[in-house]
Design a protein. Structure first.
Length: 394
């Protein structure tokens, strides 16, 4: 039985996967600068006798062909970049690059996919179809490694019928995974606004144009884009976390600067909302005698897990791990560049539990104390291998 063989192979490589993860964790590199990580992955692929080619500078793509004939292709994706965070964990594999840390678990994704590659390589005679391994750069930074890899043809020659991605989740216990069919994560856009007025003495408002009051109206009015114009069935979030009015108790400033984020799960609405927000802010500023520069930097699209693929993948996961270890996920308004794959190919992005409360491993991703329970590798490598061969029709 292929499942038992995969479980055995996965147990055999556990220590190696942990060692690889610790090496990558200790040597984190920022988005688009994954040079050593890329060489590390390339060497491991070579050890497995796999040919690879480079894409988007530091990205790598390799194929594992099953010996049995089949045209089917499944792609497995891992990201490789770290974050500009100083690690606060006192662990033997602590980051050696000051100010840079694998605080989103991409070290785990990369080492796990290398483990999956090893399992599938040893299993070649047992399955039909092709597995495409994607090691991508820069998940954490716009425009996103995924978008560059896709532009450079990562989803062509051969074209996968499905793309699977796995991401650590510190809110789920190690040993379990989570799935959600349909829309799962949000699109994200950054908003930069400068509201311009005419500053002066706070005691003489009639001689000035107060950008602080204009901003107050704009901030309140923009919330109505979400509450009155968005379809209540589809989530939208608008938050402004930065508002700078550099005046004083008795000084009205010349301008106010704002930064915010807009997130949703519908591409048409996303475009409409951009136009509406800009028009509303500019209109309010103008009506009050000022002006407004409203700029939006578009980020990642929303992430959608294709229903049929996700249902099938979920049921294969239940088969591999047992029903009790496969959970349902709620939607999450964070963003992820795997969304780019999901917009153009049938895709499934699932969560790997990495929490272990008894060892204090509970911190959220993107924090200086984030870590993973490495026992998660006891299931992650084999599960992905199993999902891949099942997706290929074996
Ligand atoms: Zn992240
Ligand atoms: Zn991440």
């Amino acid at each position: 039985m292929i499942k038992e063989k995969i479980q055995q192979l996965s147990a055999n490589i556990f220590n190696e996967v942990v060692a690889n993860r610790r090496h990558i964790h200790a040597h984190p590199e920022l988005s688009f600068h994954e040079l050593e990580t890329s060489v590390f992955v390339a060497n491991k692929l070579e050890e497995l006798g796999l040919e690879y080619h480079k894409m988007a500078d530091t990205g790598l793509v390799a194929l594992i062909k099953g010996d049995k004939p089949s045209d089917r292709v499944v792609a497995l994706r891992a990201d490789m970049d770290a974050l500009p965070i100083t690690e606060a964990n006192d662990v033997p594999y602590k980051s050696q690059n000051n100010g840079v840390m694998h605080a989103c678990g991409h070290d785990a994704h990369t080492s796990s996919l290398l483990g999956t590659a090893k399992i599938l390589t040893e299993l070649k005679s047992e399955f039909a179809g092709t597995v495409k391994l994607i090691f991508q750069p820069a998940e954490e930074k716009l425009p996103g490694g995924a978008s560059l890899m896709i532009k450079q043809g990562v989803l062509e020659n051969p074209k996968p019928q499905a793309v699977l991605g796995q991401h650590v989740m510190p809110f789920i216990d190690a040993g379990k995974v989570g799935f959600r069919a349909g829309k799962y994560m949000a699109s994200t856009d950054e908003i930069y606004v400068t509201v311009k007025g005419k500053g002066g003495h706070g005691a003489q408002p009639q001689q000035n144009v107060d950008p602080v009051i204009i901003t107050a109206h704009i901030l309140t009015a923009l919330q109505q884009v979400v509450s009155r114009f968005a379809d209540p069935k589809s989530p939208s979030v608008l938050s402004f976390g930065k508002v700078i009015a550099n005046g004083a108790t008795n000084v009205i400033p010349n301008e106010v600067y704002l930064e915010g984020t807009f997130r949703t799960m519908d591409e048409k609405w996303r475009t409409d909302a951009h136009i509406r927000m800009k028009k509303m802010a500019e209109g309010i500023a103008e009506s009050m005698g000022g002006s407004c520069e409203f700029n939006i930097m578009k980020g990642y699209p929303f992430l959608i897990n294709e229903e049929k693929l996700t249902e099938a993948t979920r049921s294969h996961a239940e088969d591999y791990l047992g029903k009790e270890n496969v959970l349902d996920l709620d939607i999450w308004m964070a963003a992820e560049d795997f969304a780019y794959y999901s917009q153009v190919a049938n895709s499934c992005f699932y969560r790997l539990g990495t929490r272990n409360e008894s060892r204090g491993i509970t911190s959220s991703v993107h924090t200086p104390t984030f870590d993973i329970e490495e026992d998660a590798f006891k299931i992650s490598t084999g599960l992905m291998a199993y999902l891949a061969v099942k997706q290929l029709g074996n």
